[in-house]
Design a protein around this ligand. Structure first.
Ligand code: SF4
Ligand code: SF4
Length: 468
């Protein structure tokens, strides 16, 4: 199919949508989108919001499903506890995550931002909807903002809106904190007298203030200026990446249909795609860093196309290459995409295998330095060992040590430990004793079993020395 030469506006790449010509912030009054994609996003966001607020209460094997306790160096992923000893696994998991993000973005563009990112979900599906509910639709808000003398009701509504915004920010901050310190610790902070958890309370207020400031004032600037993932788009995407795009082959030349200008494209220049865009851009200007692929403009344009009796999909999901070759809508599942999707599946599998195969128990058994062996008066030989342990199980485990070899006896030095608490580093010293007539060589391998009741949790091989 023949392609049309696309008119690139003069301001393309030179203008920030949220800044006016004098360099001042341009407040975006985004219209509420309506349409199938907005409906899907609404369902998805409800699911997401329930998940976000509910997850801190979900535990697997006694561990929170997700925990990122940076101050204590404790992390939980799908109920698996990670401690600083798991640094290598965490580092590999992070690297896999980064590669996953790069490949995913290369394939599907910034779809994560518009559909999954908490910033967009909370801003567009919660705070913006409350704003519409209290202050009215975008055109009413815009009109009111321009009015020099404002009625009393304006200030009452704004005050109410900000009180609700602050309240929701407080709930988000609590939930956010519960992902860091765990919901049990958070409940303890809430229940305890104010003075006992002053630091926790200050942290809670600080988080609340940040969330409130972001959702009440900063808004789309998080996506268009602050977020590092957004800034990386230009290097992560290429001509084959899929993104929300205006099909200029179909739309241009744009304009309102009048008698005498029948050779116009399908874009009637109604401006609805711009009105609904919460980052304030005109998707018809081409692929832009500010676009978070929320698909609101697709809904708005589809609605317009239906009204004027044209096919939907003038704004659609397409790659730059598809636009250039006028092959929008044609399947482009080439080898490169197949390879990338395979890589995504492999990475997800590798990440899952890493987490699942990880031992919940770390231990090292060493001979105590400077002690070779002791020949005892009772006709036995003994060696002295030290064991260091850390448990990543959510529960406190009953614990004792055994030696697998029947002829060997294990004798603790001092009071033996009887339980292993989560995340606590423990160590103890013990002898292994073997009758001289049972020893078969100068150096033998013995197996120390770490037991929890009747269950062998781990087996460690140690060498036993003698004067044989
Ligand atoms: S251009 Fe369209 S998809 Fe991109 S942010 Fe604006 S409304 Fe969303
Ligand atoms: S909504 Fe569609 S028809 Fe209206 S200006 Fe945007 S691209 Fe053109």
């Amino acid at each position: 199919m023949a392609t049309k030469e696309y008119f690139i506006p003069e301001h393309y790449g030179n203008k920030v949508s949220t800044v006016d010509n004098e360099g001042k912030r341009k407040w975006i009054y985004a219209f509420q989108p309506r349409g199938k994609f907005y409906k899907y996003r609404t369902w998805l966001s409800w699911f997401y919001i329930i998940l976000f607020f509910g997850m801190p209460f979900i535990k697997i094997n006694g561990n929170p499903i997700f925990l990122f306790n940076i101050p204590e160096g404790k992390f939980s992923l799908f109920g698996q506890l990670f401690l600083p000893q798991d640094f290598v696994i965490l580092a590999i998991a992070m690297l896999l995550g980064i590669v996953f993000i790069i490949v995913f973005t290369l394939l599907f563009g910034r779809v994560f931002c518009g559909w999954v990112c908490p910033q967009t979900i909370f801003m567009e599906m919660m705070f913006r909807k409350i704003e519409f509910w209290i202050e009215g639709p975008a055109h009413v808000q815009m009109k009111m903002a321009k009015q020099k003398v404002k009625p009393r009701s304006y200030y009452i509504k704004r005050g109410l809106k900000h009180i609700i915004f602050f309240g929701i920010s407080f709930v988000i901050a609590n939930t956010f904190l519960s992902y860091i310190i765990g919901v049990d610790a958070l409940i303890e902070i809430i229940r305890a007298p104010f003075g006992q958890h002053l630091v926790g309370f200050i942290a809670l207020l600080a988080f609340t203030a940040v969330f409130y400031f972001v959702y009440a004032y900063v808004r789309e600037i998080v996506c268009t200026v602050i977020c590092p993932y957004g800034r990386l788009q230009s290097v992560l995407m290429d001509k084959n990446s899929m993104a929300v795009a205006y099909n200029y082959n179909r739309g241009e030349p744009r304009g309102r249909k009048r008698k005498g200008n029948d050779d116009l494209g399908d874009c009637i220049d109604c401006g609805m795609c711009v009105n609904v865009c919460h980052t304030g851009i005109d998707i018809r200007d081409g692929l832009q860093m500010e676009c978070v692929n929320c698909t609101a403009c697709m809904d708005a344009c589809d609605d317009m196309m239906i009204r004027v009796g044209k096919p939907t999909g003038l704004i659609t999901v397409a790659s730059e290459k598809q636009l250039e070759t006028n092959t929008v809508g044609e399947k482009s599942f080439d080898l490169r995409k197949k390879l990338m999707i395979t890589l995504l599946i492999v990475l997800t599998g590798a990440f899952t295998a890493l987490i699942v195969s990880r031992s919940i128990f770390d231990s090292t058994v060493m001979r105590v330095p400077g002690q070779l062996y002791q020949e005892n008066a009772d006709g036995t030989v003994s060696n002295l060992y030290k064991i260091k342990l850390v448990s990543k199980s959510a529960k406190t485990l009953p614990y004792h040590l055994e030696v697998k070899e029947k002829e060997a006896e294990l004798i603790y030095v001092g009071q033996p430990l009887d339980s292993l608490r989560t995340g606590e580093h423990m160590e103890e010293t013990f002898f292994i004793k073997i009758p001289q007539d049972k020893i078969k060589s100068r150096k033998e391998d013995l197996h120390v079993q770490i037991m929890s009741e009747d269950r062998v949790i781990q087996t460690k091989t140690v060498s036993f020395l003698s004067g044989y």
